[in-house]
Write a protein that binds this ligand. Sequence first.
Ligand code: PLP
Length: 298
Amino acid sequence: MTSSSTDTPAPVLVLVPGAAGAPNDGSAPYRLADPAVPQLSITDLVATRGDGIFETIGAFDGRPINVGPHLARLARSASLLQMPAPHQETLLAAIDAAIEAHADVPELTIRVMYTRGIEGAGTPTCWIDAHVSDDWALYRRGIRVAALDRGLSTAVPETSPWLLPGAKTLSYAVNMAAVREAKRRGAQDALFVATDGYVLEGPTSTLLVRRGDTFLTTPVSAGVLPGTCVTTLFTALQDEGHEVREQLMTVADVAGSDGAWLLSSTRLAAPITHLDETELPLDLELTERFEALLSGRA
Ligand code: PLP
């Protein structure tokens, strides 16, 4: 056994055969399973085509954050991919079961995976895994970001909805390739830029930009994922009297802003210190407040 396998609590796996409604054979809608045992069929369409959707939820001190909005977004992705609607109550109970079965840890990552299922079966395959989150401490102090051409325009939702802009699909190979390219350029993460010059989102995160007392993000209509974190922060910032809104922005707009962050549910708020070679203002106090709000520890 390696030292990490003894130090890190074991991951938890919950299989959810009832994710799109009660299973035909009358069995339980979800059950714990052994994550060390193979569970996925090689004919599952996620294995052969990358055809499926997912959500990643953060749980802090045992409390999952924004579960309702995550499951609503899963339902939205299912609808965009013309997949059966996920059964919200079953997934809620299965997520709770995964957290309950996992050792108590400060930061847990819960992935809800929902595939088109075994070829010909017409029933989604669904599982939930819970594992200790990566250590994001350094990212939360600041990241260098490389602006990368996404090769698609902000008109894609209008012109080519079959490209599935804004759906959280399991075809993330392109997103992971972008992170590798960013690292090759000496950055930690990427910011996608549309062919018409507007910034979109990170490969696994939403862009938040500060301009004076106003906080901005990319419009969902430009083809980005509707982020749960940015919604949480917008609500809090608005309550404090700040203006918040969606707005198309160029790379120069972000580089010349009063601060920018990449937001996501387990990494939380990662402030951008540099966009390519341009240094951005860094506000670690505000970043810590964002972290508290996003982790539910505020
Ligand atoms: N955009 C993309 C492409 C993502 O993959 C993610 C998170 O996984 C986000 C944005 C941020 O979403 P959330 O704030 O709900 O974690």
